[in-house]
Design a protein around this ligand. Structure first.
Ligand code: GLN
Length: 304
């Protein structure tokens, strides 16, 4: 049933006339072929089903924010919320005005300003090199596979053109919400966004958030709950309401076109389609998850 559903979605979406647009503010991302599509699902019984280009690597981009949040909650617990909020926003993922309105406290850990603060917290008492090694190690442990690396060309590309993130970092610094120099925190953040994996690996990486075997002891259950709640309310930025309405379970998107979505207790789902909608979320990825959710009755709002 699941295999048939995935194959049907793969066939249908490859024919979709409007695939969205690849992000072009990071030159390395602008090079990606938009005609790619992959989906992978891990289930509670250990089964994994995949379709499409599921062995092709892509950079995690903002999907990495779910993992750094997990690490930071593990290290600081509720103390983290002194520096970053937990509310959705109707502004874009890289909004400067949102940060200013919050007096330098980002709305949530998934908008760029919030994720930059989380990375800054992870840097405390460590070098950027060690911090990055810890982040990569965490992702590898979540996947259960050591074959995961940073794409340094991607990180360099964003370092040069990521002016919006530089402005957010400087604003955070001006309000005393950044412990380290902007170069150190952003350098680490750009590299974390450039961790590459494939769709099959990403679905495995989400098992600890879905409560499936293979990832139970990554972080405490109360933190898993918190992350899933934030993925549901904030994981797709100002498109989070639309995602909840259409898909109905928590998800975290990235500007490379990847989405990690969690059906609590049931499945960890990864989808990758590089073209984006107007919110900067994968256009076909969202559509694929909507169809999967309907076919499997996986919305957390389903009553049967
Ligand atoms: N690295 C990207 C940025 O900071 C991540 C944004 C995203 O995936 N939405 O702009």
């Amino acid at each position: 049933m699941l295999e048939e559903t995935l194959n049907r979605i793969n066939t249908e979406l490859r024919e979709a006339p409007d695939k969205g647009l690849v992000a072009d503010y990071i030159p390395e991302l602008a090079k990606i072929d938009p005609n790619q599509f992959a989906m992978s699902v891990c289930l509670a019984d250990g089964q994994q089903v995949s379709c499409g280009d599921f062995t092709t690597n892509f950079s995690m981009q903002s999907v990495s924010k779910a993992f750094t949040l997990a690490m930071a909650l593990g290290r600081y617990g509720d103390g983290l919320w002194k520096r970053v909020g937990r509310e959705p926003t109707s502004n874009a993922f890289n909004s400067v005005v949102d940060l200013e309105l919050g007096g330098g406290k980002p709305r949530n850990p998934f908008v760029n300003a919030g994720a930059i603060v989380v990375t800054d917290a992870l840097l405390s008492g460590r070098t950027p090199k060690d911090t990055l090694a810890e982040i990569v190690q965490f992702v590898r442990a979540a996947v259960g596979d050591g074959d995961i690396y940073i794409n340094h060309d991607m990180a360099r590309s964003e370092n040069i053109t990521g002016h919006r993130n530089w402005s957010l970092a400087h604003f955070l610094k001006s309000t005393d919400n950044l412990e380290h120099e902007c170069e150190l925190t952003l350098g680490t953040y750009f590299h974390q966004c450039s961790i590459e994996l494939n769709c099959q690996q990403l679905a495995r990486a989400g098992r600890f958030l879905a409560g499936l075997s293979g990832g139970h002891d990554m972080i405490a259950n109360r933190h898993v709950r918190s992350i899933n709640a934030l993925m549901m309310t904030c994981g797709h930025y100002d498109g989070s309401g639309e995602f909840a309405y259409r898909v109905g379970f928590p998800g975290k998107s990235g500007v490379s076109g990847g989405i990690l979505a969690i059906v609590p207790g049931v499945a960890s789902v990864a989808v990758w389609a590089p073209g984006l909608n107007s919110f900067g979320n994968s256009q076909l990825g969202t559509l694929a998850l909507e169809r999967l959710s309907l076919a499997m009755s996986w919305s957390v709002f389903d009553t049967k």
